[in-house]
Design a protein around this ligand. Structure first.
Ligand code: AMP
Ligand code: MG
Length: 420
């Protein structure tokens, strides 16, 4: 283990820890070719170059009449004879002379001689053979979609590293593609530690608590699109912890997440094991909740695994996952994560806060009739009270430098909704 610098002796600021993690992790190698229907939440491993123009042809953006816009220059009221009809999927192949127009529907290919569409509702009169319009209701070129205006043939339509959401999958489908090459899933082993931790379904022993962390971590990993490898509950025993980490390596995990056992208590062995098996980058953060959180690498079975030692307290474990592990896993998945989007909301209450550490409080954001956003803090903020996470719809982030917050002051919040 590297000698702790003076600031790591008291703890590392959150942003420094986040940078350290970002620099330490790399995208996994290995790709899969998957059907679009199976690609949601995966990350593109290669640039996708458009094999066609989208749209493939110039086409109409409106139901109306197509004609050559040059005649508009004359001004006044213009009369056209209707010489044909163009439907979506059924182009009109004839010629269109000046003074003539084609009835056209949205999405229909523009007839060769036409560059302008007047929407039906802007015409003065229309019948099967004639249409009249005031020349000033459209300009030449209006309501025509150009071939390739969405995606141009030969250009990168989506760059590698893109996380595939429904919009990206639709875009790939619009190119006529059925499959896509994505990074393989990141394999994440996880286990809970603690002699007092008891598996749900078993009788609760005196002094025990049911293991909730393994279930929350499993859920968060699935949301992120990782492959979870559940290694169960491990006793506060160095040999058992070492065996669990070796098992993670045998299972070819890319990372391991543990919960509990990272403080300085009698039975907190995670840091010791990490030091024996590899390297601890940091283990104490200037944050609340979640002050003890270890990050480092272990060598086992000939491979190197990143280890995230989360605190045991259920709220602290979740907060640490969202603010540290999530982004690291996204990077390992091959994505280029954007910083988490924080919104501003007016705090309905005053909050005590010491500068020099980051604090995360569970909050409920609401919008009043005028559209103003405000946030209140959920009842009990204890790091072990998971109910506070369940009742909350956001986390209030009080930054490192921030001091006390007055009621009515704006604070940063991270909405849970949309947090994958
Ligand atoms: P530790 O970080 O091991 O000192 O644990 C801190 C607190 O979190 C203790 O009260 C533990 O009982 C509790 N805890 C640890 N692991 C879990 C878990 N997997 N599920 C629920 N509570 C836990
Ligand atoms: Mg413990």
């Amino acid at each position: 283990m590297s000698t702790p610098s003076p600031e790591t002796a008291v703890g590392l600021p959150v942003s420094a820890a986040q940078d350290m993690i970002a620099n330490a992790v790399q995208p996994v190698t290995g790709t899969n070719t998957v059907l679009l229907h199976e690609a949601l939440g995966r990350v593109l491993a290669v640039d996708v170059v458009a094999p066609i123009n989208v749209p493939a042809h110039d086409n109409s953006a409106m139901d109306g009449y197509a004609f050559a816009g040059a005649v508009l220059a004359a001004g006044g009221t213009l009369t056209f004879s209707v010489v044909g009809i163009a439907l979506a999927g059924r182009a009109w192949a004839g010629t269109v002379a000046p003074g003539e127009c084609v009835r056209i529907m949205t999405g229909a290919v523009m007839p060769a001689d036409c560059d302008t569409v007047v929407p039906q509702e802007l015409t003065l009169t229309s019948s099967a053979d004639h249409m009249t319009l005031a020349a000033d209701v459209v300009r030449a070129g209006d309501n025509r979609r150009h071939a390739g205006e969405d995606l141009a043939l030969g250009k990168v339509a989506l760059a590698r590293g893109r996380l595939l959401r429904p919009a990206e999958l639709g875009l790939l489908a619009s190119l006529g593609l059925t499959e896509v090459i994505v990074h393989r899933r990141v394999r994440v082993a996880f286990f809970s530690t603690g002699d007092e931790i008891c598996a749900p379904g078993e009788p609760l022993r005196t002094g025990s608590v049911y293991d909730s962390n393994r279930t929350t971590i499993h859920g968060m990993l699935l949301r992120l699109g990782c492959e979870p490898l559940d290694l169960g509950i491990v006793a506060d025993d160095p040999a058992a912890l070492q065996a669990a980490l070796e098992r993670a390596s045998l299972l070819e995990a890319d990372a391991v997440i543990t919960s509990g056992g990272v403080s300085v208590g009698e039975a907190d062995y995670i840091r010791q094991i990490m030091t024996q098996m590899g390297e601890v980058n940091f283990w104490k953060l200037l944050m609340r909740p979640g002050r003890p959180m270890a990050f480092g690498q272990i060598e086992a079975g000939g491979s190197t695994l990143h280890l995230f030692g989360l605190p045991g307290n259920p709220v602290a474990a979740m907060v640490s996952f969202y603010f540290f592990v999530r982004e690291a896993l996204l990077r390992m998945m091959g994505a280029t994560p954007e910083p988490l989007m924080l919104l501003q909301a007016r705090s309905l209450v005053a909050m005590r806060k010491k500068p020099g550490r980051t604090e995360y409080q569970r909050g409920i954001v609401s919008t009043d009739a005028t559209g103003a956003r405000s946030v209140r803090i959920t009842g009990s903020q204890g790091a072990g009270i998971l109910r506070s996470m369940s009742e909350a719809n956001c986390i209030v982030v009080l930054g490192h430098e921030q001091g006390n917050v007055d009621a009515g002051e704006a604070v940063d919040v991270l909405l849970f909704d949309g947090l994958y």
